[in-house]
Design a protein around this ligand. Structure first.
Ligand code: XUL
Ligand code: CO
Length: 436
């Protein structure tokens, strides 16, 4: 069979002392951490769009990364070749999952019917390749933002005909996700937002988005699709203001439209920082509200104000993220999807391997560090002490809703000035460094 990455064989774990750049130093899929294997904890996924379709272009110039599978003269042949190259890559890298948008894997035709037929043809091949390799689909999604028809949004478009087009597309994408056994389905609001309020009826657009997602929930039920539905928050880009701004904003939206039981969140690191939060903040907010579903693992550049989608390399960030994820019991349907792309100058196919090896080793270290933090129990003990008052008579009474303002006034009159304790931030930061 033709090889698209002939210079790379199946990557192996060689341990922390290895100097081989194409070996894992920390990700050892079978190694047990807190009662589960590393691969079960981390559920790594490769994204199709950046890895196989993003070719290094930016707003100032076209592709720099020349890929053999892109050279086919017929677009459907090119799509098949790309899919074969992708499965070779997944297998050599040793991930268990992949993710795609409908339009990443099959090009649009001249009509929706032809587009759907093309998608079915590629999904036939994807199904065969999944069966041959044991690869699984973490989630599928719809690209309802690249085509010019979606320039003013999909579900929040001023035209109901565009809303209907987007609905038809999500219907089909959910069906193929179901067919491929997807563990989830993502809604990222590509152009669901606005560039100026001068031409936007925000109230109406938000109501349309709520309606759209209810229709998606209904279609999931009709299909018998048991995968999770996720919303992926992002504050800006491509629109100036995206409606799914951050986890807090999505929580309020889901609550208002009665959708909380049906959706979880797919938290992306670079989207968190664009919203002015840390990655861990978004994970912690989602976790605190029962919404932590899946993760798009990447990073931004703090000096650049856009979504640079770089591969994650920061061990401190990965440790804090894994600490938050482990504390709510780890992933169920979700996983760590590398929604990340090579830099424009990383032009060789082997750079794709270097990028993913780095990301996987970073999160493997994050997992091991976080597990050690949990096993040692020092952070938990500190929190326990800091909030100990809430386990006493006064705290319990407040939490149980048994006390009034008048009771609390009487307590304060009787006890005087509260005793204060240090937050010990510096000590805790030093303690964290011990694990990195
Ligand atoms: C865009 C982004 C998307 C979603 C899927 O910023 O993150 O690729 O993850 O549509
Ligand atoms: Co993403």
């Amino acid at each position: 069979m033709h090889e698209y990455f002939p210079t790379v064989g199946k990557l192996k774990y060689e341990g922390p002392d290895s100097r081989n750049p194409l070996a894992f130093k920390h990700y050892n899929p079978e190694e047990r951490v807190l009662g589960k294997s590393m691969s079960e904890h981390l559920r790594f996924s490769v994204c199709y769009w950046h890895t196989f379709k993003g070719l290094g272009s930016d707003p100032f110039g076209g592709a720099t990364q020349i890929r053999e599978y892109e050279r086919a003269s017929d677009p459907m042949k090119g799509a098949e070749n790309a899919l074969r190259a992708a499965f070779e890559f997944f297998t050599k890298l040793g991930v268990d999952f992949w993710c795609f948008h409908d339009r990443d894997i099959a090009p649009e035709g001249d009509s929706l019917l032809e587009t759907n037929q093309r998608l079915d043809r590629i999904v036939d091949l994807a199904e065969r390749l999944q069966n041959d390799t044991g690869m699984k689909l973490l989630w599928g999604t719809t690209n309802a933002f690249s085509h010019r028809r979606f320039m003013a949004g999909a579900a929040t478009n001023p035209s109901p005909a565009v809303f209907a087009y987007a609905a038809s597309q999500v219907k089909k994408a959910m069906e193929v996700t179901h067919r491929l056994g997807g563990a989830g389905y993502v809604f990222w609001g590509g152009r669901e937002g606005y560039d100026t309020l001068l031409n936007t009826d925000m109230k109406r657009e938000l109501e349309h988005l709520g309606r759209f997602l209810h229709m998606a929930v209904e279609h999931r039920r009709a299909l018998g699709f048991e995968g999770a539905l996720y919303i992926e928050p992002k504050p800006k880009e491509p629109t100036k203001h995206q409606y799914d701004f951050d986890a807090g904003n999505c929580y309020a939206f889901l609550q208002k439209f009665g959708l909380l039981d049906h959706f979880k969140l797919n938290i992306e690191a670079n989207h968190a920082t664009l919203a002015g939060h840390t990655f861990q903040h978004e994970l912690a907010f989602a976790a605190a509200n029962g919404l932590l579903g899946s993760v798009d693992a990447n990073r931004g550049d703090l000096l650049l104000g856009w979504d640079t989608d770089q591969f994650p390399t920061d061990i401190r960030d990965a440790t804090l993220a894994m600490h938050t994820i482990l504390q709510v019991g780890g992933f169920t349907s979700g996983g760590l999807n590398f929604d990340a792309k090579l830099r424009r100058q990383s032009i060789d196919p082997v750079d794709l391997f270097h990028a993913h090896v780095g990301g996987m080793d970073t999160f493997a270290r994050g997992l091991k560090n976080a597990a050690a933090m949990i096993e040692d129990g020092e952070f938990a003990a500190f929190l326990g002490e800091r909030y100990a008052g809430w386990d006493g008579e006064l705290g319990k009474g407040i939490e149980a809703g048994e006390l009034t303002f008048a009771d609390l006034e009487a307590y304060t009159m009787g006890h005087g000035e509260p005793k204060l304790q240090s937050g010990r931030q510096e000590m805790l930061e030093n303690l964290l460094n011990r694990y990195l």
